[in-house]
Design a binder for this molecule. Structure first.
Ligand SMILES: *[C@@H]1O[C@H](CO)[C@@H](O)[C@H](O)[C@H]1NC(C)=O
Ligand SMILES: *[C@@H]1O[C@H](CO)[C@@H](O)[C@H](O)[C@H]1NC(C)=O
Ligand SMILES: [Cu+2]
Length: 351
């Protein structure tokens, strides 16, 4: 009898954690109101044409608006500031525990910036499982109701869509050199964003397992299939399509968490800063050898780079208390703040 009751209570507890419970991840200063009506993030396939146009217009606006912070190295536009943030954090947020929480926070930063440029809808994402193996036929590449297709010429500069002829001033790597928005689609790689690959990526029990499988699986293969900004791991967010892909990545973490919220909304682990011997796990040779691809963070970049151990009691192991910074675009948030997409600080789910 007692056992049954406990089980029942546990079940109620678990389902409540999925729907509301603002206090399920506590210890956050910035958690605000309870999340009673989560926004529904929909795939590009399913959103209305007017919403698509409004989203693309706002992204274009960011790429053509002047910067506001005046302190991020190389940034000229508001979009550059967003890209710069990824460049500055690059060695903290890839092949580390911070990968999933930081990119979730990064989407929130995008959302804020899009509002500055008049987009008041919900952030869309790209359900890549629907286009796996045939990315190039996806509606996300539509010339007017999408992001434009594969680029052309030696630099793969986009030749159609809303971002033609626009310039990103951050990158490649740790440099700041003006270049076109560019990408190159390779359908073969895109097969590994399919449902069976997603299922495998979220089948692990621990955060570390999910993190590694998502990172090296559909996340990486999606990047390979898109080669955004010349496939540059440091500044691929220069292509607005990056955020559609990372919505898909964030969805995988959310799906994994939703399978056992009681445990998984608190499960965090991994490094804060890359292990120099490993660097980016997808490239051989560790940080030193990889720096031949991208260079090293410049003195100007290092001067504004947040402490990778901020809020972690000085350790290089990621904790829920870790403080993430957007360098002043939106307030800092802790990892605890972003664990639950319906925890109050965030209030959305994927459909
Ligand atoms: C992009 O720039 C090229 C070269 O300056 C020009 O011919 C073309 O019309 C421009 N396209 C758009 C859409 O502005
Ligand atoms: C935000 O976090 C960074 C560390 O990541 C810290 O240096 C900065 O002081 C924080 N800003 C505020 C306003 O708390
Ligand atoms: Cu990234």
């Amino acid at each position: 009898m007692y056992g049954t009751l406990t089980l029942l209570v546990a079940c109620i507890g678990a389902s409540a954690a999925v729907s509301i419970t603002p206090q399920s991840v506590s210890a956050t200063a910035s958690s605000t109101s309870p999340c009673t009506a989560p926004q529904k993030r929909q795939s590009w396939h399913d959103i209305k044409d007017d919403t698509k146009k409004a989203y693309l217009a706002a992204a274009r606006c960011l790429l053509t608006s002047p910067q506001k912070l005046n302190r991020l190295p190389g940034a000229k536009t508001r979009w550059d500031e967003l890209v710069s943030l990824h460049q500055i954090h690059a060695l903290q947020i890839h092949t580390t525990g911070q990968f999933l929480p930081f990119h979730r926070y990064y989407l929130k930063i995008l959302e804020f910036l899009m509002q500055e440029c008049g987009y008041d809808g919900v952030l869309p994402y790209w359900d890549e499982t629907r286009d796996a193996g045939k990315f190039s036929a996806s509606p996300v590449f539509h010339p007017t109701l999408g992001f434009g297709g594969s680029g052309t010429g030696a630099q793969n500069c986009l030749s159609d869509g809303p971002f033609v002829n626009l310039t990103v001033n951050i990158g490649p790597g740790f440099k700041s050199q003006p270049r076109c928005v560019n990408r190159r689609i390779t359908d073969m790689f895109s097969s590994q964003t399919g449902t069976s690959y997603v299922t495998a990526a979220i089948s692990g029990k621990t955060y570390q397992q999910a993190l590694d499988a998502i990172y090296s699986g559909p996340h990486l293969l999606g990047h390979m299939a898109l080669s955004m900004m010349n496939g540059d791991s440091i500044t691929s967010s220069g292509d607005p399509l990056f955020f559609m892909h990372h919505g898909f990545v964030d969805k995988m973490w959310w799906q994994w968490q939703s399978k056992d919220p009681e445990t998984r909304l608190k499960d965090i682990s991994g490094l804060n800063a890359q292990d120099p011997a490993v660097g980016f796990s997808e490239f051989p040779g560790g940080m030193e050898q990889e720096s031949s691809l991208w260079g090293k963070p410049t003195r100007e970049i290092l001067a504004v780079t947040p402490d990778p151990k901020s809020g972690d009691n000085g350790g290089n192991t990621l904790t829920l208390g870790h403080v993430m910074s957007s360098l002043g675009i939106i307030p800092n948030a802790t990892v605890a703040d972003v664990m639950n997409t319906k925890g109050g600080y965030l209030c959305y789910e994927y459909v």
